[in-house]
Design a protein around this ligand. Sequence first.
Ligand code: ADP
Length: 589
Amino acid sequence: MFYWLRNFSRASLTFAGTLISALVVWLAVSSTGNLTIRELQSTGQARLALYDSSLRAAIDRYRYLPYVVARHHQVIQAISDPQTAQIANLYLERVNNRSGAAALYVLDRTGVTVASSNWNTPDSFVGEDYSFRPYYSLALAGNEGFFFGIGVTTGRAGVFISNPIFQNGEIIGVVVVKLELDEVEMNWQEGGETVFVADADGVITLTSRGDWKYRTLSPLSDTDRTRINLNRQYPGRELTSLNVGQQLAKGSGIVTISSHRYLFDSKPIRGSDWRIFYLTSMDQVTDRQAAVMLIAIIGGGMIVLLILFLRERELKLASQREARELERIQALNTRLEEEIAERRKTEDELRGTQNELVQAGKLAALGQMSAAIAHEINQPITAIRTFCASAKLMLDRGKTDQLDQNISQISSLTERMGAITGQLKTFSRKSTGVLEPVDLKVALGNALQLLRPQLESENCSLERNEPDYPLIIRADLVRIEQICVNIIRNALDAMEDSGVKRIRIDLATDADDVTMHITDTGPGMNDETLALLFDPFFTTKDPGQGVGLGLSVTYGIVRDFGGTIKAYNTTMGGACFEVRLPLLRNSKQ
Ligand code: ADP
């Protein structure tokens, strides 16, 4: 499965693995970052909405109060008749206690406090002039005043909401409720989240971060600073800037405050000119990214190591496989060598056996021929004996002149006998096994010479067709003679009962081979004989007549000389044996 790993070097695999791992790490880290940011953004939005609504709820609780109080007759009375201020003081104290506001007080048209819920405390507003406060001027103009600032009398920050007091359609004074949002702020701080509210000037009025209180988002312009001072909105506060106004202007995104990165979202607070901001530390993102990076690096490293390990294993397995293959091939070679040696031995044995068979075949032929030979030799011997007897008579009678004729006849008869025994000697001679150029015509002539007595005694005629040039093949003369003898003798045997006994021998050459066709007028061969003809010990002859070796020996000899032999029936009904042997040289040319 991993065998392709072998094709790569360790360095290239490490390099590619590291590259891919780095890519995976980068992808994992960036997608984790994006995912976490998206997650934090949606949480931030929900938290922001919650903070916004809780803050609004805290303010809106008191919004109706100045409106209602401004319509109370004791309040209206107190403005027109300062003598009744105490009644108004008590009324305001009661209502204030009930509502839970920080203070509830009434200003006359000039901005001076005529009655206040805290009339009997050291910080009493009664007699104080608040005409410099915007909530006073706003209410005097007939509007609701909304203002955040630090109390000039108490030194405590709060939201001031004001409403005009009407009498006969005319504004005669202003009712102000002051509420302190300390509790809201405390809750924010306890929540541990980062949230703040900035007013229209960008001054942070409420925040969960104590160190950001009364800091500005952007540096204040001189005009703004003068206005704020005039309003005595943040007395004693430096209003230094955090310098993040530009970053926060987008409404949401990422902001860096005091070299710390936050994800922020913001929204305007309905019913005021404030804006609330919710911040989430980017640490969460970087922490998660760091964790993912660590996991991805470890994972990537492990994958690289695994790949290297698999490669090493593959290499080891491959070398083991190669070693096994080598062993198998070596074993195969050894077996092959053994088989070759075995074959050589068998071949030697076969060759020996073949030689034996040649010899056996010769002996068998000799046995068969002996009758004919005896007959051949007996005739000259009888003739010699007769010539000797008549020669003796001639000597006795003194007719010596006729002796010479007798002696020369005896001599020619012995010559004939000598020729016969000579042939037999050649025939019984064992082959030398040495191959040399042999003229097929000569070999055939020798064989026919040997078979002549048999041919004659069988009254068999012979027809020879051959070219007038020698047919040289590379062979062993004795064995070629043997081939011819075997085929011709078989033909003679086959024609034993035939009316016409004729053997035709055709020798011819083509470009590469010399062919010899030996055709007889016998009965031919049936299918079984044709199939088994060249098998050793196949014979159709009576026991003692044949041993079935002649043609198998012939087949072996022809094959040894690089030739072929086949047999078939002729259209005339007799058998034909075709021997084809490679021509050593074309003697025609
Ligand atoms: P053997 O002569 O001892 O039988 P051979 O191997 O020489 O052994 O011949 C095998 C057989 O082939 C013979 O028995 C004979 O049946 C058949 N045969 C050989 N030559 C001829 C032929 N010319 N005509 C018909 N049959 C033949």
